[in-house]
Design a protein around this ligand. Sequence first.
Ligand code: KG4
Ligand code: ZN
Length: 369
Amino acid sequence: MERLLLAIETSCDETAAAVFDLKPRLEQAGSLLRSEVVSSQVKAHEPYGGVVPELASREHIRNLPLVIEQALGLAHCSMDDVAVVAATRGPGLNGCLLVGLGYAKGLAFASGAALIPVNHLEAHLFASFLMERSLQPLFPCLALLVSGGHTSLVLWSSEAEFQTIASTRDDAAGEAFDKVASLLGFPYPGGPALAAAADEWGERPCGFSFPIGMPDDSSAFSFSGFKTAVLRTVQEVGSLTGGKRGEIAAAVQEGVTDALLKKIEDALAQHGVRSILLTGGVAANRRIRQRVQDCAESRGLRFCAPKPKWCTDNAAMVGAAGLAAYQREPEVYDNWSKSNTQFRLGPYAPFDLSAFPRWSLGEAINENS
Ligand code: KG4
Ligand code: ZN
């Protein structure tokens, strides 16, 4: 029998599972990864122009058993080999989290495996440990997490120490990309299509520019004013023919990039760090990636970014966060036993815990509240 970790992710519209060899070696997470499967629900939500929570939960119920079975099959193993199940507990859509966490609890209970509840934001950061050693974060690290649901700038001081320096007051960066893309007539989710149009426009001079939200507040991002400014421009321009769409897309991409860079620079002026990490779905954006990398390298800091498939929601990142938890106290999990009351009544009471839809990075949960 082998000793494996099964990771499960269902916080939004991706149903995902991954299998790792269970070793207290976070920095080897990439080579411990045996298999991973991601089933996207984009097609199911497309007609509604955004994620419909109830529909997402139902899709997870339907897909999760198949995705797990496929991941175990690709790793040539079965639940008998799984010693630890790591599952996303929050933040995310409550119904979606309940599906994944409930399934994980059931699997752990039935198989005798231990359960590690994972913070989804932490997981996005730990995705960086799936990369080879020379590309992994050096602490302290300044981490920018930009996705469809989150925009956070985090001071990641050591493996288990997170301090959110800035977060969004309204839309997330990816959400802003998607909403503006929709104004420009790109189908949902429009972020990547908008980015492609902007890249096609390239370095040509651009006749539009859009304001950075909250320029003087280093603790807040804001994209709502930006979105309104684009809407006004689209209305004024009227017809988006003759390259106008690409030109506006280029200005949007530059504006969002400027907004992100401004907060990174503010943070660097206040905190000494050794690396900058860019992660989350928006980290797939070529221009943003390039400018954050230039910003890091011009200061002699290591630039880290997971592969695009590990930037968007996936279970490998949940597994990496699970390996980090395992590495902190392996004896707890190595001595795990279903009959051990410590795990039912103490801090490791996995079968009592519920989903935590609003869970900030580094926030301790009071299980009794
Ligand atoms: O991390 P993710 O897969 O899901 C969330 O947790 O939200 O991020 C998806 C977001 C979407 O808003 C999508 O439009 C955006 O990432 N995105 C991009 C690009 N690729 C994905 N935004 C801008 N440029 C891209 N190339
Ligand atoms: Zn995410």
